[in-house]
Write a protein that binds this ligand. Structure first.
Ligand code: 13P
Ligand code: SF4
Length: 305
């Protein structure tokens, strides 16, 4: 079956089933091109909260589809590959955060959206890479102790941008954390006229070398608006698809071939096709969990307006 034949069936089923396809920028280009909406984790959560579709097919990783389900509990949310997880989200387990909460009842728990619904139950607010600084700043005014997790790098970045003090959960994204200063130095030597842009899940020493730091959506918008014409890209390579599409005359160099999220790339067009056709892999969250976990996501959306 050709790609166009698959696309035609997918378009037909979308209409028949009143389904919408949401995709993260780290998905393969073939998936991004057939999606109704492509975005970063905040934009996709916002979209999921507003759609009037009956079915949401979420092309991304498990925590993202779970977030969509939390925000649209009455809708059918499908994840084309159920095993597509997030290594960072798995670095926080429910028992550990529950224990932390019991031992620190007055600490504000700010939780990165890259976390399971089970863990989100214990959070006061959720954040993504595009709104973390704003939301952390908002809570810092309460003068209470704060925990941020599971991404220690984004937490360290937030601390470096203000005088806020956070307890950091020791989690990280292996892909972003794996980027080293020497990788940036080598890329800058190879492309001396290029700007270096990076996702805040990178280490602070790498971020210190960046001309611009932002979420996937913010990075795409930055390169589109910038007068510069060459960029070294310090995030997962899937973003290059949209960057090149919007900016055919600019040049993009991925910092390293290692910047590939294997979890994101588990989803192939065939998986999306079968998932929508047979309505496979529905995300189910027990209602006692979802009622507690949705609160921190709602709070984030309220503060992100
Ligand atoms: P965004 O918030 O930029 O979508 O990032 C999500 C993510 O998993 C980055 O690794
Ligand atoms: Fe998780 Fe890292 Fe993949 Fe993002 S790139 S989904 S943080 S493993």
């Amino acid at each position: 079956m050709t790609k166009e034949e698959m696309y035609n069936d997918i378009r037909k089923w979308k209409k028949e089933k009143n389904a919408i396809i949401l995709a993260h920028y780290y998905q393969d280009g073939d998936i991004q091109d057939i999606a109704d909406y492509v975005g970063d984790s905040l934009a996709l959560a916002q979209k999921a909260s507003k759609t009037d579709a009956d079915i949401i097919v979420f092309c991304g990783v498990h925590f993202m589809a779970e977030t969509a389900k939390l925000l649209s509990p009455q809708k059918k949310v499908l994840l084309p590959v159920m095993e597509a997880g997030c290594v960072m989200a798995d670095m926080m387990d429910e028992a550990a955060i529950k224990k932390y909460k019991e031992e620190n009842p007055d600490t504000i728990i700010l939780m990165y959206v890259n976390s399971t619904a089970n863990c989100k139950q214990y959070a006061d607010v959720c954040v993504t890479s595009s709104n973390a600084l704003k939301i952390i700043d908002h809570y810092s005014k309460l003068g209470k102790k704060m925990l941020y997790g599971p991404d220690k790098n984004l937490g360290a970045y937030a601390m470096s941008k203000s005088d806020v003090k956070l307890d950091l959960w020791p989690g990280f994204c292996g892909i972003h954390n794996g980027m080293k200063v020497k990788d940036v130095e080598a890329a800058k030597a190879k492309y001396p006229n290029a700007e270096f842009i990076a996702h805040p899940e990178c280490n602070l020493d790498v971020l210190a070398m960046a001309n611009y730091i932002g979420s996937t959506k913010q990075l795409i918008e930055y390169v589109t608006e910038s007068k510069a014409t060459e960029f070294i890209v310090g995030t997962e390579m899937g973003v290059l698809h949209e960057m090149k599409k919007r900016n055919p005359n600019k040049n993009f160099y991925i910092l390293s071939d290692r910047l590939k999220c294997y979890e994101m790339k588990l989803t192939r067009l065939e998986d999306l096709y079968n998932c929508l056709k047979d309505e496979l892999n529905e995300i189910i969250i027990p209602s006692d969990v979802s009622q507690k976990a949705v609160k921190c996501v709602d709070k984030m959306l309220e503060l992100s307006k």
